[in-house]
Design a protein around this ligand. Structure first.
Ligand SMILES: CC(C)[C@H](C(=O)O)[C@@H](O)C(=O)O
Ligand code: SF4
Length: 470
C-alpha cells in the first residue's frame, strides 16, 4: 500500500463515486453547519421542489452574522441593525423548525459563531468531512477534519443528498520548524505564513500545517491558524489530531463517550500523514523568526512584522491598497494612530484569545479617543470569561463587553467603524469597507490589539507584558 497524507486518508474514506476526467468526485459529508446568511435560498429550493433533508441529524445551525451584540431593548425586542438582518434570523428560525434542524438560536445556552460552537459542542471531530456555506469553515481542520466552505447552491445539494461534487485538491505541507518566541502567538504565525506564501499561494491546495511549532500549539491556536487557510487561497487547512486534540474533545456533548470514546481515539490516531507520504508542494517556515505581525494593505497577504518597513507598491492594485490604508512605504506600521480596536471573530474570540487581550489590559486604560469592542465567540466563551472576571478587566479598561456574534468582523449587524477610521482587528479579512464604508482594517493578534488600544497607536504587546520583558 502506498503512503498517504492525512488529506488523502480523509478524502478516500468519503469518496462515494471517484472523479473522472469529466466528472468531479461525489464526496460524503459528515457534518453540515448552517447560519442565517447562506442558507435561506437553499431551504427555499428544497421547499419548492418538495425535497426533504437527507440527514437533518447531520446538521447544526446557529445565528451569528446578523445578530446584534447589544442586549435586548427595554421593550424586550432585539436591536437589529435593519429589517434584512432581522428577516434572516427569523427565516432561519422558521426553516429549522419546519425541517427539523437543531438550531442554536437566541434561547440556546450554546449559541455563537458557527466555527466556534462546532468544536465546543464536539460536533467537529477528527477524520470528518465538514462543510458550511462559509469560507472560514477551514477552522475545523484544526481537528484533522477535512472542512471547507461551499456556495449556496452546494448548500442545497448537501441538504438534499448529504453529498457534494468535488474535484480532488492538491496537497501542500507547511512545515513550521522550531518554536515561536515568547509573546508571539498563532495569529502572528498565520499572518506571517500568508505574508510569506501570498494571498493566492495556497490556491488549489489543501494545506497541512505540521512541525514542532504546530504540535506545540493549543487547540484554540490551531483553530486560529486553520481559520485563515482560506486567506492564502487554500481549499482547506489541516492539522493531524494528537493527544492535545483528544484531551480537548474528551467529554464534550457530541463526542462518543465511554468505550466508544476509546475506540474513536484509537481510530483517530491513524489520522496522520505516513512518514514517507509525498505532497504536491512543501514550504518551510522558521517559527523562531516570527515577530508581532500586522497587515498594511487590503488583503491578508499584505502582512509584515509591525516594526518592518511597509514595502513599496509594485503594481496599481498594491498602490491603491496603500492609498486606501494611508500606509506609507518605507515606514513601519508600528506607531500608526488607531481609532477602533476589535477583539472577536471566529479567528480570535475564544477564551484564550480573551485572556491574551485581558493580560495586556489588566489594570490599565484604553487611550483617550479609542473605542474598543470585545465580542466573545459564543455564549460558552462569554460564561467562562465572566466566571474569570475578564469582562471586568475589559470594562474597567474602558472597552465594551458584548453578546456573542460575528460583529465588526463583517459589520452586518450594525457594529461598524466610520469612514477613514483605522481599526486594529483580530478578525481575518482586511478588505476595503468590510468593517464599514471607508474603514481601514489592520489585522493583528489579540495581544497586539490590546496593546494598540492602550497606546492609541499600533504597539508591540511585549512592551506591556512584564513576564516576557523580565
Ligand atoms: C457571510 C459569509 C458567506 C462570509 C463567508 O463566506 O466567509 C462571511 O462569514 C465572511 O467571513 O466573509
Ligand atoms: S466571524 Fe467573521 S469570518 Fe467568521 S464567520 Fe463570522 S463574518 Fe465570517
Amino acid at each position: 500500500m502506498s503512503a498517504k497524507t492525512l488529506f488523502e486518508k480523509v478524502w478516500n474514506a468519503h469518496v462515494v463515486v471517484p472523479e473522472t476526467a469529466d466528472t468531479p468526485a461525489v464526496l460524503y459529508v459528515d457534518l453540515h453547519l448552517v447560519h442565517e446568511v447562506t442558507s435561506p435560498q437553499a431551504f427555499s429550493e428544497l421547499r419548492e421542489r418538495g425535497l426533504p433533508l437527507r440527514r437533518p441529524d447531520r446538521m447544526l445551525a446557529t445565528l451569528d452574522h446578523s445578530t446584534p451584540t447589544l442586549p435586548r431593548n427595554a421593550d424586550g425586542s432585539r436591536p437589529y441593525a435593519n429589517a434584512e438582518a432581522q428577516a434572516q434570523v427569523t427565516q432561519l428560525e422558521t426553516n429549522c423548525r419546519e425541517f427539523g434542524v437543531e438550531l442554536h438560536g437566541w434561547d440556546s445556552a450554546d449559541r455563537g459563531i458557527v466555527h466556534v460552537i462546532g468544536p465546543e459542542l464536539g460536533a467537529t471531530q477528527p477524520g470528518m468531512t465538514i462543510v458550511c456555506g462559509d469560507s472560514h469553515t477551514s477552522t475545523h481542520g484544526a481537528f484533522g477534519a477535512l472542512a471547507f466552505g461551499i456556495g449556496t447552491t452546494e448548500v442545497g445539494h448537501v441538504m438534499a443528498t448529504q453529498c457534494l461534487l468535488q474535484r480532488k485538491p492538491k496537497t501542500m505541507a507547511v512545515h513550521v520548524d522550531g518554536q515561536l518566541p515568547p509573546g508571539i502567538g498563532a495569529k502572528d504565525l498565520i499572518l506571517h505564513i500568508i505574508g510569506t506564501i501570498g494571498v493566492d499561494g495556497g490556491t488549489g491546495y489543501v494545506l497541512e500545517y505540521r512541525g514542532a511549532a504546530i504540535e506545540a500549539l493549543s487547540m484554540d491556536e490551531r483553530m486560529t491558524v486553520c481559520n485563515m487557510s482560506i486567506e492564502a487561497g487554500a481549499r482547506a487547512g489541516l492539522i493531524a489530531p494528537d493527544e492535545t486534540t483528544f484531551a480537548w474533545l474528551k467529554g464534550r456533548p457530541r463526542v462518543p463517550q465511554g468505550a466508544a470514546w476509546d475506540a474513536a481515539v484509537e481510530r483517530w490516531r491513524a489520522l496522520r500523514s505516513d512518514d514517507d507520504a509525498t505532497y504536491d508542494c512543501e514550504v518551510r517556515i522558521d517559527a523562531g523568526k516570527v515577530k508581532p505581525t500586522v497587515t498594511y494593505g487590503t488583503h491578508p497577504g499584505m502582512a509584515i512584522a509591525m516594526d518592518a518597513p511597509v514595502p513599496a507598491a509594485t503594481n496599481a492594485q498594491e498602490r491603491r491598497a496603500l492609498d486606501y490604508m494611508k500606509s506609507e512605504a518605507g515606514k513601519p506600521m508600528q506607531g500608526t494612530p488607531v481609532d477602533v480596536v476589535f477583539v472577536g471573530s471566529c479567528t480570535n474570540s475564544r477564551l484564550s484569545d480573551l485572556r491574551e487581550a485581558a493580560n495586556v489590559l489588566r489594570g490599565r486604560r484604553v487611550a483617550d479617543g479609542v473605542r474598543m469592542l470585545v465580542v466573545p465567540g459564543s455564549e460558552a466563551v462569554r460564561r467562562d470569561a465572566e466566571r474569570e472576571g475578564l469582562h471586568q478587566v475589559f470594562t474597567a479598561a474602558g472597552a465594551e463587553w458584548r453578546v456573542p456574534g460575528c460583529s465588526m468582523c463583517i459589520a452586518m449587524n450594525g457594529d461598524l467603524a466610520q469612514p477613514g477610521q483605522l481599526v486594529v482587528s483580530t478578525s481575518n479579512r482586511n478588505f476595503e469597507g468590510r468593517q464599514g464604508k471607508g474603514a481601514r482594517t489592520v489585522l493583528a493578534s489579540p495581544a497586539t490589539a490590546a496593546a494598540s488600544a492602550l497606546a492609541g497607536r499600533i504597539a508591540d504587546p511585549r512592551d506591556y507584558l512584564v513576564e516576557v520583558a523580565a
